[in-house]
Design a protein around this ligand. Structure first.
Ligand SMILES: Cc1ncc(COP(=O)(O)O)c(C=O)c1O
Length: 338
């Protein structure tokens, strides 16, 4: 990831964020050191991918609506009340993507966060604010080589501790410990277990195993984030490849005996795993079903499969914002909810 992204794609174009209900230059999107979310991690966020379509000079935002629906639904868990309606979030995101003119694959980061400068983590004291920025993002993990993965010594945060299904900022201290330990120990990534010792997910990605031609993935009550890519994989496996998927509790040793394995997520995309804890997965090469799903995934996220057009929000950078918003059925005012 590059820090000052527009220099990578368009040196003359300034970079904007959406902050305090308006579009501002990124340098002005700053918060106080007393901000509740900075002090206590009281934010929830989404990570959304925008895929660059060079021929159309457009960004294809993948499953944007579902990301905001998840953010709004889960905000309830933490008393972090949404600041805008769903349609307003969608419109703001399309507007920012268009405004930033980022001619590359990118990451779109909405955050709902507690502010209000009160001391103490009590949630209802503060008010919620919303901010949004974009940045270039190529590969978050290597999706070509086959990842070398360990089982983490850390355990996944629990639904009764910091509920992982909410994608809360503070919970990513857990992710940080998991991924940092893995890298210090020479691995690319880690799988983390629940407190019961069953498989949960990767540090910031969901996990699939393939055994006897069937997909296996930990169920929704295994302290996973209910991934939008995970849902896409389940749908594509069933509808396009006719493969059965089983969501169930998975033992650690099933990692060592499966035929194929991969991570999936907005960052990870579809990332094949070829080694768990120094044991080759299958024959140690990227598996054929994993490859098929990876190819299918890239066709879908780049809007090459008309059946999945509903998952793609295409923003044409050379057309006006109004034209884009009208075509997408999002042309309205950008007012915050009173
Ligand atoms: C902990 C965690 N699990 C899984 C995922 C994958 O979810 P999604 O496919 O919605 O991006 C993410 C985010 O990418 C994550 O942070």
């Amino acid at each position: 990831m590059t820090a000052s992204h527009n220099s990578a794609s368009n040196p003359s174009s300034p970079e904007f964020a959406y902050f305090k209900n308006q579009f501002v230059p990124i340098e002005e999107a700053t918060i106080s050191v007393k901000t509740h979310a900075f002090l206590y991690g009281t934010s929830i966020f989404e990570g959304i991918r925008g895929y660059w379509l060079p021929e159309e000079r457009a960004i294809c935002i993948f499953r944007m609506r579902e990301h905001y629906q998840r953010m709004m639904r889960n905000s309830k868990i933490f008393f972090i009340h949404p600041t805008h309606t769903l349609e307003e979030y969608l419109r703001t995101t399309v507007s920012l993507v268009h405004k930033n003119q980022l001619a590359t694959d990118s990451y779109i980061r909405p955050t709902l966060y507690k502010t209000g400068n009160t001391i103490g983590p009590y949630m209802e004291n503060g008010i919620t604010e919303f901010c949004l920025w974009t940045s270039p993002l190529g590969q978050y993990v290597d999706i070509n080589k086959g990842l070398k993965v360990c089982v983490s010594n850390w355990r996944r945060v629990d639904d009764n501790a910091i509920p992982p299904r909410a994608k809360a900022g503070g919970a990513y201290m857990n992710t940080a410990l998991i991924v940092t330990e893995a890298k210090f120990n020479g691995f690319d990534e880690a799988v983390v277990l629940t407190h019961e010792g069953t498989v949960s997910e990767g540090s910031a990605m969901n996990l699939f195993l393939i055994q006897n031609g069937k997909l296996l993935t930990p169920g929704k009550t295994e302290n996973i984030l209910e991934g939008i890519t995970r849902d896409a994989v389940l749908t594509l496996a069933k509808q396009e490849l006719g493969i059965e998927s089983i969501e169930r509790t998975i033992d650690r040793t099933e990692l060592y005996t499966c035929d194929e394995a991969f991570f999936c997520g907005t960052g990870a995309q579809i990332a094949p795993i070829t080694n768990f804890d120094n044991r080759p997965v299958g024959d140690g090469e990227i598996g054929p079903l994993t490859r098929k799903l990876q190819n299918l995934y890239f066709d879908v996220v780049k809007n090459k499969r008309p059946e999945y057009q509903d998952w793609c929000t295409v923003v044409y950078l050379d057309k006006s914002l109004d034209e884009n918003l009208k075509r997408l059925g999002l042309a309205e005012n950008l007012n915050p909810v009173p």
